[in-house]
Design a protein around this ligand. Structure first.
Ligand code: ADP
Ligand code: ADP
Ligand code: ZN
Length: 217
C-alpha cells in the first residue's frame, strides 16, 4: 500500500494513517512527527524548521522533499508507506512524483479527510501526543486510560505548542491556500478518495476500510 492522507490539521490523518499502517504493515511517515523530533534534538533541520512550525507556516518545500526522499528510500518503506502530512503543496506533490518515478513505483491512493472548521478547533484543542511513540489521544474523544500516560508504551503525553488558537488559525489558512488545491490535482489523476471525517474514530475507520474494499475490488 502506497497511500497519502490529505486534510486540514486535526482532521484525523494521523489517527487513520495508523490503522492503514497496522493493516498493511506499511510504514507511516508523518512529516510533522519527524520535524518535531528534529526540533527536540536540535538538529540542523530542526533549527531551520522550528521558526516556521511556531508560526503555523510551512517548512520550505526543498527541505521537505529531501527529507521524504531519504525516508522513503529506507528499507522499512519498501513494502509500502502511508504519508501523513505530505505533500502539502503542489511543489511537494511534484517532488513526490519524481521520488516515486525514481524508484519505479507510484501511489495507490490519496485519501482526503474532510471536516468543518468548528470540529477541527475542538479536536486540536484536546489533542495529546505520546512523546515516545507518537500515539494520538484526545482528552474528551479518545482519552488515555491514565491521564498523561500513553496506553501503548507508558510514555508521557504532551500538548503541541502549535495547537494554540492563534497558530491554529494560521495553519487553517495555510491549508486552504496551499494544500486544499491538491485535492483537484489528485482527482485529475483518478487517485482521490474523499472521506467524510465527521463522526467517531471507529466510524471514520469504517469509511476508510470501505473505500479500500472498493479500490481492491
Ligand atoms: P497536523 O497533524 O496538525 O496536520 P503536522 O503534524 O502534520 O500537523 O504538521 C505540523 C507542522 O509541521 C506544520 O504546521 C508545518 O509547520 C510542519 N510541516 C509538517 N509537514 C509539512 C510539510 N509536508 N511541508 C511543510 N511543513 C510541514
Ligand atoms: P491530523 O493528523 O489530521 O492533524 P489527528 O489524527 O492528530 O489529526 O487528530 C486530531 C485530534 O482529534 C487528536 O486528538 C485525535 O485523537 C482526535 N480525533 C481524531 N479523529 C477523531 C474523530 N473521528 N472523532 C473525535 N476525535 C478525533
Ligand atoms: Zn506511547
Amino acid at each position: 500500500m502506497r497511500a497519502v492522507f490529505l486534510g486540514p490539521p486535526g482532521a484525523g490523518k494521523g489517527t487513520q494513517a495508523k490503522f492503514l499502517e497496522e493493516r498493511y504493515k506499511a510504514c507511516q511517515v508523518s512529516t510533522g512527527e519527524i520535524l518535531r523530533k528534529a526540533v527536540r534534538e536540535q538538529t540542523p533541520l530542526g533549527r531551520k524548521a522550528a521558526k516556521h512550525i511556531d508560526k503555523g507556516k510551512l517548512v520550505p518545500d526543498d527541505l521537505m522533499v529531501k527529507l521524504v526522499a531519504e525516508r522513503l528510500r529506507e528499507e522499512d518503506c519498501k513494502k509500502g508507506f502511508v504519508l501523513d502530512g505530505f505533500p502539502r503543496t503542489k511543489a511537494q506533490a511534484d517532488g513526490l512524483e519524481a521520488i516515486l518515478r525514481d524508484v519505479g513505483s507510484r501511489l495507490d491512493c490519496v485519501f482526503s479527510i474532510q471536516v468543518p472548521r468548528g470540529i477541527i478547533i475542538q479536536r486540536l484543542a484536546g489533542r495529546r501526543t505520546c512523546k515516545r511513540c507518537g500515539t494520538l489521544y484526545h482528552v474528551l474523544f479518545n482519552p488515555s486510560k491514565r491521564e498523561g500516560v500513553c496506553d501503548r508504551c507508558g510514555g508521557e503525553l504532551y500538548q503541541r505548542d502549535d495547537d494554540r488558537e492563534e497558530t491554529i488559525t494560521a495553519r487553517l489558512d495555510v491549508y486552504e491556500t496551499q494544500t486544499a488545491p491538491l485535492t483537484d490535482y489528485y482527482r485529475k489523476q483518478g487517485l482521490l478518495r474523499e472521506i467524510d471525517g465527521v463522526g467517531s474514530v471507529e466510524e471514520i475507520r469504517g469509511r476508510l476500510f470501505q473505500a479500500l474494499r472498493e479500490i481492491e475490488a
